[in-house]
Design a protein around this ligand. Sequence first.
Ligand code: 5RP
Length: 226
Amino acid sequence: MDLKKEAARAAVQFVQHNHRIGLGAGSTMAHMADLLQQKAAEGLAFRVYTSSFSTARLLQQKGFAVQQATHTSAIDLYFDGCDQFDAGLNALKSGGGVHTSEKILAFMAGEFILVGDESKYVQELSTRFPLVVEVLPEALTYVQAQIGRLFAGTTSSLRQAPQKDGAIVTDHGNYLLDVMFTAWPPLEQINPAAKSIPGVVETSLFFGIAQKAVIAGEQGVQVLYK
Ligand code: 5RP
């Protein structure tokens, strides 16, 4: 059984007529795109936005006219996967390096719904995944030094493009720093501290934003609320 697909199947039931919905990135969102195509074929009308170039292409291939977020300040629902989320529905993201655009849609949404298989759910976030910090290129060295000073004991590295010689450049023309912690400071302190550094665009910690999580396990699908 594909648990990500089962979670997506349950999540898609929250979409209602005329909703403006947003989709993030990753394999769970690819299942959402398939299931939304089915919903549209059944006659449900809705508009789609996405934070991800690859999801946009997928949606276009499925016949959706993807809406631009530029002239929008609110959508109804935003669905996204994550690397891990905790009992407070705080999530670490950025598998795809597009967390800044993801966070914009998540904040715009009336409801931000995390979707995934049960492996994503932990009582407390582990330090297996980095805090990913999107950084303006000219501030890279300064931000790296300041991150080391603000978050003692962390190590940070510039995210490299797989099989290419050089750093990943985001959709916004910036770099990504993967910051590894050995223990998390109080989560509520992380974004205000990181974002106080000039040159930091956004972090991959989605603190206090999600209202709901739809997770699938071998025993079935569960909806968790904040
Ligand atoms: C993108 C993400 C993804 O949602 C995360 O990597 C999960 O992907 P998948 O659905 O393939 O497990 O954070 O930035």
